[in-house]
Design a binder for this molecule. Structure first.
Ligand SMILES: Cc1cc2nc3c(=O)[nH]c(=O)nc-3n(C[C@H](O)[C@H](O)[C@H](O)COP(=O)(O)O)c2cc1C
Length: 403
């Protein structure tokens, strides 16, 4: 049997395996990133580096919400016995300066020349000085040896209207900032988008119009901590106050997948890196089957010795076992099954109904002189809904699934 090939080439970069640590506390220091590569991560995105001053809140920056099945309680503060629901954070970008980061990027690349190190960078967009910050960050990080750049267009904690997720909500700014960085970059440029938007496929298209090489999603979802029913305080607060922060972990996996499907369906030939709720191979597989070429992990790694040595071991062994299991189909690497279920995410009206004769996608039957109004698409028949080669979930032949 041929040995499975775990490596991937994504935006021209060769990864030993498609699993990366996302920009977050696991990647905030040189020692963490070195430990991550020793543990086997194929790539690492640094904690976001910026040029503006960063001062975090006076209290914990992250907490974990757990469900306690015996009482039904969902709480951040009732111990670790519950099942993890999500992480919540209001941590800003790296509080270390660019000068602190540059020699470290250089040393990490010297120690692990074959692993992929992406520098996450962030600046504003409201004036020329801020645009120059993007250029400075991009050229300094690539000169220090970063293999690629990830533009943080998604930090959910920004009061500034020209920064973070406020860029990610504005397609013109997404395009413009990507273009500014592309002009300074020799390495691939990825853009990490915010889930807090109406139609993320619009911003993804804008990034690609600006010359971006890949879109990354999701950053954390806007959310606030729960209120403790006894103390009547937010479970996480400073002086009783809280502001909207970001939700990550298992709770966001299905939501992040929905956004990813929107984007990969709209731009099937483009590159996407999936993030959100991944802690084992089966989770990452969802992103791959929807068309992603890499996946990134934060919350699960934070809870596993800070950089996820057990998580990456599980991801790699799960992936190897998966390829071995599907060897007879001829699947030897990610490209053999990437995007296989992308086109199974369809409009609601395309889902088969027991009786579709009276279903018109929510529209009234046309009457009188309204014949000019557009006809809704017909609902799928049973035959059309079933993929060629078998029932949903039971692929017989990879090629027959492709349209
Ligand atoms: C404490 C914390 C800090 C984070 N900081 C950053 C950051 O600096 N830059 C960034 O792009 N994303 C940041 N993220 C978002 C993560 O990279 C990731 O997109 C998100 O947590 C979803 O992945 P997960 O479900 O695996 O946690 C942070 C997340 C957490 C929990």
């Amino acid at each position: 049997m041929a040995t499975p090939d775990l490596s991937v080439t994504f935006t021209g970069l060769r990864f030993e395996n498609p699993f990366m640590l996302a920009s977050a506390p696991p990647t905030e220091s040189e020692s963490n990133i070195l430990r991550a590569f020793e543990a086997g991560w194929g790539g690492v995105v640094t904690k976001t580096i910026g040029l503006h001053p960063v001062v975090n809140v006076a209290g914990p920056r992250t907490k974990f919400l757990r469900h306690h099945a015996e009482t039904g309680v969902l709480s951040m503060n009732k111990g670790r016995s519950g099942v993890l629901h999500s992480s919540w954070n209001w941590e800003l970008i790296s509080d270390k300066t660019l000068d602190w980061w540059l020699p470290r990027i250089e040393r990490i690349k010297k120690a692990f020349p074959d692993r992929i190190l992406i520098a996450s960078i962030m600046a504003g967009s409201g004036n020329d000085r801020e645009l120059e910050h993007w250029r400075v960050l991009a050229s300094s990080c690539q000169d220090a040896g970063a293999d690629g750049l990830e533009l943080n267009l998604s930090c959910p904690h920004m009061d500034r209207p020209d920064m973070g997720s406020n860029i990610g909500k504005d397609q013109a700014l997404c395009s413009f900032v990507t273009q500014v960085v592309k002009e300074a970059a020799r390495v691939p440029v990825w853009a990490k988008l915010t889930p807090a938007t109406g139609d993320i496929a619009v911003e993804a298209a804008a990034v690609f119009r600006g010359g971006g090489d890949a879109v990354v999603s999701s950053n954390t979802f806007p959310s606030i901590p729960l209120i403790d029913p006894d103390s009547l305080e937010f479970e996480m607060n400073v002086d009783g106050y809280v502001s909207s922060g970001g939700l990550g972990g298992p709770a966001i996996l299905p939501q992040s997948l929905a956004l990813m499907a929107q984007m990969t369906r709209a731009a099937p030939d483009r590159s996407f890196s999936g993030i959100g709720g991944v802690s084992e191979f089966g989770h990452g597989l969802n992103y791959f089957l929807l068309g992603c070429g890499t996946v990134q992990v934060c919350t699960a790694a934070m809870l596993d010795s800070a950089v996820g040595p057990n998580v990456i071991a599980r991801l790699v062994s799960g992936y190897r076992a998966f390829l071995e299991r599907h060897a007879e189909r001829g699947w030897r690497s990610l490209e053999d099954f990437r995007g296989l279920l992308r086109d199974r995410v369809v409009a609601h009206s395309q889902i088969r109904r027991p009786d579709s004769t009276n279903y018109r996608g929510g529209y009234e039957r046309q009457e009188g002189y309204a014949a000019d109004s557009p006809e809704p698409p017909p609902a799928r028949t049973r035959e059309a809904a079933a993929p060629a080669g078998g029932a949903p979930g039971a692929p017989e032949d990879a090629d027959s699934w492709r349209t």
